[in-house]
Write a protein that binds this ligand. Structure first.
Ligand code: CP
Length: 314
C-alpha cells in the first residue's frame, strides 16, 4: 500500500500522471467524477492550517468522499492511547488518513501501524503536498499548450530559496530539485543552513547532494527561474522569533533582488506571507508573483494525489 509522506514517494513517471490528472480536475472545475464515492477519509491536524485543511476537505467532497475532521485534543491519543492502536482502529473505519503534525516520525508511525494510505499534510521535516502544487504551477507555465503541465518542463530550471533554509519547505525543495532534475541555490544565515535531516532524506532516496548554499542572497537568485521563500518563524519556532527576524533581514525578497533573476522569473511563497518581513508587498503584488495560483493548485493536485493513493491495492 502506498503512502505520501515525502516528495520522492512517487517516481517522476507517476508524478507525470498526477500532473495530468490535476490538469484534468482543474479543467473540469467542480464537476469531477466521484472517484472516492462513499469513502471516508480522516483529517488529523495538530497545527493550524487554512489552505491545506480547506483544499483537502473540498477536494474529498468533490471526489465523492466524506472528510472526518479529527482533533488530536479530542481523541484518546491525548490521554495516552498509542499511535499504533489509534492507526489500527482508524484503519477499520476510514479509507485514508491526512495528517499535519510536528514530528515527522508520527506520520511514519501511522503509516507503519495502520492499513490505509497516510498523507503528510506538513510535518517539521517536509511539506510534500505543497511541493507538488508548486511544481505543477511552474509546469503549467513552462509547458507549451493550454492546460498542459509536463514534469519534463522542470528539468534544468534554477530555483533560489531564501531565508530559513533548514525549514520543511527548504528541505522539500532540496529533495524535489534532486528528484526532478532542477538546480537549487539556497541563501540564508549560516545558523539556518540545510542540515542533517535533509541530507538523510537525500541519502534514503539515493539522491546526490547537488544543492548549493550561500550566505549571499544576490548570488543565490542570480539567473534564477524561480525565487521561493517561506515565513522566517515556522510553527513551533515562536520562542526564537526575535532572533530569527533579526538574522534573516538580508534575505528578504525585494524588487531589487528580483531584478537579478532570469527574465520571466517567478516569485513563489507557500503562504501565509508576512509582507515586509520575508518578502516585500511590492514583490507579492508584482506580475512575477504566482502565489494565488499556487494556493489554488493545492486543491487540484491533492485531488490527483488522493486518486493515485486510492487506486492502490490494499
Ligand atoms: N501553505 C500551507 O500549507 O498553508 P496552510 O498552513 O494554511 O495550510
Amino acid at each position: 500500500m502506498k503512502h505520501f509522506l515525502k516528495v520522492t514517494d512517487f517516481s517522476a513517471d507517476e508524478v507525470e500522471v498526477i500532473f495530468q490528472n490535476a490538469a484534468e480536475f482543474k479543467r473540469q472545475g467542480r464537476h469531477t467524477p466521484s472517484l472516492l464515492q462513499r469513502q471516508s477519509w480522516g483529517m488529523l491536524f495538530y497545527k493550524n492550517s487554512t489552505r491545506t485543511r480547506v483544499s483537502f476537505e473540498v477536494g474529498l467532497n468533490e471526489l465523492g468522499a466524506h472528510a472526518v475532521i479529527l482533533s488530536s485534543g479530542g481523541m484518546q491519543l491525548s490521554r495516552g492511547e498509542t499511535v499504533a492502536d489509534t492507526a489500527r482502529v482508524l484503519s477499520r473505519y476510514l479509507s485514508g488518513l491526512i495528517i499535519r503534525c510536528y514530528d515527522h516520525s508520527l506520520v511514519e508511525e501511522f503509516a507503519a501501524s495502520g492499513t490505509i494510505p497516510v498523507v503528510n499534510a506538513l510535518t517539521d521535516l517536509t511539506h510534500p503536498c505543497q511541493l507538488y502544487a508548486d511544481l505543477f504551477t511552474l509546469a503549467e507555465r513552462w509547458t507549451p499548450g493550454d492546460g498542459k503541465a509536463d514534469i519534463e518542463s522542470l528539468k534544468g530550471r534554477k530555483v533560489a530559496f531564501l531565508g530559513d533554509t533548514a525549514c520543511n519547505m527548504a528541505n522539500s525543495w532540496i529533495l524535489s530539485a534532486a528528484h526532478f532534475g532542477m538546480e537549487i541555490s539556497l541563501a540564508g544565515p549560516a545558523e539556518y543552513a540545510p542540515g542533517k535531516p535533509v541530507r538523510d532524506l537525500l541519502k534514503q532516496a539515493d539522491l546526490p547532494e547537488t544543492f548549493k548554499f550561500t550566505t549571499d542572497a544576490a548570488e543565490a537568485v542570480r539567473g534564477a527561474d524561480v525565487v521561493y521563500t517561506d515565513v522566517w518563524v515556522s510553527m513551533g519556532d515562536e520562542d526564537e522569533e526575535a532572533t530569527r527576524i533579526a538574522q534573516m533581514q538580508p534575505y528578504a525578497v525585494t524588487a531589487p533582488l528580483m531584478a537579478e533573476t532570469a527574465e520571466g522569473a517567478y516569485f513563489m511563497h507557500c503562504l501565509p506571507a508576512h509582507a515586509g518581513q520575508e518578502v516585500s508587498q511590492e514583490v507579492l503584488d508584482s506580475p512575477a508573483s504566482i502565489i494565488f495560483d499556487e494556493a489554488e493548485n493545492r486543491l487540484h493536485i491533492q485531488k490527483a494525489i488522493l486518486a493515485a493513493l486510492a487506486g492502490e491495492p490494499r
